[in-house]
Design a protein around this ligand. Structure first.
Ligand SMILES: [Zn+2]
Ligand SMILES: [Zn+2]
Length: 351
């Protein structure tokens, strides 16, 4: 935790018959990678960080002939893969059909690199994909920059928004304009929202929020909390949001988010995903009397990655602008620091 990030060499082992190895082309940084480094997420060091990536098949195990959508694969094919490996057998995977509750899951980028097969993260030249890893061929017309964040950031936004719905003509509020917020803006807009309003900090992501489809972006520091609530209501026909999406990860904004909803509104909580957050005091009658629906969502399931690829083929928005800065592995620490200082929209590594 907090120690210098080092470039090290690990063995590149041949895949067993149901695995494959990938030559990584590009990897992108997620906020969680930074949280791990800073000790806010407990993981077994040493590890190779990174769970967002795209690459080409290096070697295929004997029994791997198709991707998870049934397309034939060969070495050299460009693929993305789900960073979460669910067991498919536990109560949540098999009975509840909600693998996010899987008790036996493995998450690439979160596991130690000290044991075979070592290459478990995307911030590396090669990666080892274990049996049952869901992966898909990427159509050549979409660039690495567009696809690289799909497995985590975009998949997470799709998963949550699928649960919370965007109805045609909805007024949608997005709190937070990090990668999760930016994708939520884009998805809400292209799924038929009447107006999308975002709230965020000034900086590089402020303009990106507009490029991704926000009709209005509120600088959260220019207004106090009551002014922010009033502003959102004014922008949404004097009523408030039909759907609000919390993507900031700063739990106190949930209190104002509840106030910003219209009667009967839906509140999707995506951003706060740690035990170590500020506790909230909420008047529950604000939820009951206004018939609000609170919806939590986390991470993604493998089919959201395929949905993400389809979305990226269809979107008219400049989603390639998500990757604002590129680094080499030797500059990893610079990238991590730029991320935490909000100097980048998203940082990527070319490998
Ligand atoms: Zn992530
Ligand atoms: Zn399971």
């Amino acid at each position: 935790v907090n120690k210098p990030i080092q470039v090290k060499e690990f063995p590149l082992v041949d895949p067993d018959e149901r695995s494959l190895t990938v030559k990584i082309d590009m990897a992108s940084l997620c906020g969680t990678d930074v949280h791990m480094w800073r000790g806010r997420r407990i993981v077994p060091f040493p590890l190779i960080p990174g769970h967002e990536g795209i690459g080409r098949i290096h070697k295929l195990g004997k029994k791997v002939s198709k991707d998870s959508a049934g397309n034939k694969v060969r070495s050299g094919d460009r693929i993305v893969w789900s960073h979460v490996l669910h067991c498919r057998n536990c109560y949540y995977c098999f009975i509840k059909k909600d693998p996010s509750g899987c008790q036996n899951k493995i998450i690439y980028g979160y596991i130690s690199s000290s044991e075979h097969p070592y290459l478990n993260g995307t911030l590396a030249e090669y990666m080892y994909l274990r049996p049952n890893t869901v992966f898909y061929i990427v159509p050549e017309e979409i660039s690495d920059e567009v696809v690289v964040p799909a497995s985590c950031a975009l998949g997470t936004a799709i998963n949550g928004i699928n649960r919370a719905r965007v109805d045609l003509g909805d007024n949608v509020l997005v709190q937070g304009i990090g990668p999760l917020g930016l994708y939520s803006i884009a998805l809400a807009k292209e799924r038929g929202a009447k107006k999308v309003v975002a709230i965020g900090e000034p900086g590089i992501r402020f303009e990106t929020a507009k490029l991704f489809g926000a009709d209005y972006v509120i600088n959260r520091f220019a207004l106090d909390v009551n002014q922010r609530i009033q502003k959102v209501k004014d922008l949404f026909d004097g009523r408030g949001a039909d759907l609000a999406i919390e993507c900031s990860g700063y739990s106190p904004v949930i209190i104002e988010g509840i106030e910003m909803l219209d009667h009967g509104g839906r509140y999707l909580l995506l951003g706060t995903a740690s035990e170590n957050v500020k506790m909230l005091e909420i008047n529950p009658s604000k939820i009951t009397l206004r018939r609000l629906l609170l919806i939590g969502s986390r991470a993604t399931e493998p089919h959201h990655l395929l949905e993400a690829i389809k979305y990226l083929q269809l979107t008219k928005l400049p989603v390639e602008r998500m990757i604002s800065h590129k680094y080499s592995l030797e500059d990893a620490e610079k990238a991590f620091k730029a991320y935490e200082d909000l100097k980048v929209v998203k940082a990527a590594f070319t490998l």
